[in-house]
Design a protein around this ligand. Structure first.
Ligand code: PLP
Length: 382
């Protein structure tokens, strides 16, 4: 089989052996329904509560502040709905660069409940402008406000100053929700100390299973459930728990957090090396989308000049065994281009975007291979 290199880790990551082992052991030993009161059920319930405690510990949260969900899309929907239905939110401030799991949820719920939506300005480097956030929050006549801003942008990798954002929100008595999907397990965050009210996470972005995530709701907020049914997750998220997923999520997070510094240093090196190589072979023929100095180590969004690249670049990379992405995987079916790149106010649009995203499993040698393939595929300028 020809060589396959996976550079699309912002879309999803492979399961690591530690997680596969933990899940396999659990599946062999444990099958009880956590809601059953007999020994089988109690054993599984105990495992879930141990996982919840462990997850909460990584974020300075109480176990009761963590609610397991099917992933971040569901978690974002629950939180935004809860803020509108339960907490009297009349206005939402968000950003056009958010993931669709926030952007479309806000649009739909705002329409249904007659809520005002304001979008925070973005600078040419793709950073949400906190001075604009303050200006918007000073418009107090707009009523109780929820600010929803992601901690790391999934297409360009820009990192929000989460502490500063939370401080501004707290000073203006606004609620702060952050989609922390791309951030957690790649950096430390203490939700409580930072002053974040709500956060959302997804295990498959850090070598855990798909279809499992969680939300953090500070101060044990009474969450308005999206689904109705049983009393699982204290009634906030009915439906028999994804026990296997919860075990995998918890293990993936433990592994990520115990090797964080080493893994992040490795990914930083890969990203810098990739940029160095691009400079060597394609200088003046590419640009980095977003803020190269303020980007997470996992994500590198490149715009290749149309003098050397065309729309088939991603497809050609795929044929050569290199998996990258044109933007967010969730939108790969649509051909409208990236809503994130469109939201960045730059006038040099005619670039072909490719997002390369790294995990701890990638190697320098894979980057060399990828650069070699790019050299083959990209035309030399006349
Ligand atoms: N938010 C961000 C920033 C993401 O990158 C993703 C996944 O692509 C999601 C939300 C959706 O997460 P999930 O796949 O768990 O629904």
């Amino acid at each position: 089989m020809s060589r396959q290199i996976y550079l699309d880790n912002a879309a999803t990551t492979p399961l690591i052996p530690e997680v596969i082992d933990a899940i396999t052991e659990f599946m062999k030993e444990d099958f009880g329904n956590p809601s059953s009161t007999h020994a089988f059920g109690r054993k599984t319930k105990n495992t879930i509560e141990n996982c919840r405690r462990s997850v909460a510990n990584h974020f300075g949260a109480k176990p009761s502040e963590i609610i397991f969900t099917s992933g971040a899309t569901e978690a974002n929907n629950i939180i935004i709905g809860h803020c509108i239905k339960n907490l009297g939110v009349k206005r939402i401030i968000t950003c056009e660069m958010e993931h669709k799991a926030v952007l479309d949820t806000v649009k739909n719920m705002a329409k249904a409940h007659n809520i005002t939506v304001d979008y925070i300005d973005v600078c040419q480097k793709g950073n949400a402008q906190l001075t604009h956030l303050e200006e918007l929050l000073n418009q107090t006549e707009k009523g109780k406000t929820l600010v929803s801003l992601m901690m790391v942008n999934n297409e360009v990798g820009n990192i929000l100053d989460g502490k500063a954002t939370a401080k501004i929100c707290n000073q203006h008595n606004a609620l702060f929700h952050s989609d922390t999907v791309q951030f957690v397990a790649h950096d430390h965050v203490n939700f409580r100390e930072w002053g974040i009210d709500f956060a959302t996470c997804s295990a498959h972005k850090f070598h855990g299973p798909k279809g499992i995530g969680f939300l953090y709701a500070a101060k044990e907020a009474t969450i308005a459930p999206l689904l109705h049914g049983g009393s699982q997750e204290r009634g906030f998220r009915p439906g028999t728990e994804n026990t296997i997923g919860i075990v995998g999520l918890s293990k993936a997070l433990d592994v990520a957090m115990s090797n964080l510094e080493k893994d992040v240093a490795h990914m930083k090196q890969l990203k810098h090396y990739f940029i160095e190589q691009l400079n060597t072979y394609f200088s003046n023929q590419y640009k980095v989308n977003g803020d190269v100095n303020k980007g997470l180590c996992t994500i590198l969004s490149i715009g290749f000049s149309r003098e050397i690249a065309n729309e088939l670049l991603l497809f050609s990379l795929d044929l050569k065994g290199i998996a990258a992405s044109g933007g967010s995987a969730c939108n790969s079916g649509s051909n409208q281009g990236s809503h994130v790149l469109r939201a960045i106010p730059v006038d040099d649009k005619p670039f072909i975007p490719v997002r390369f995203s790294f995990s701890k499993l990638n190697t320098k040698e894979e980057i060399d291979y990828c650069i070699g393939v790019l050299q083959e595929l990209l035309k030399k300028p006349e």
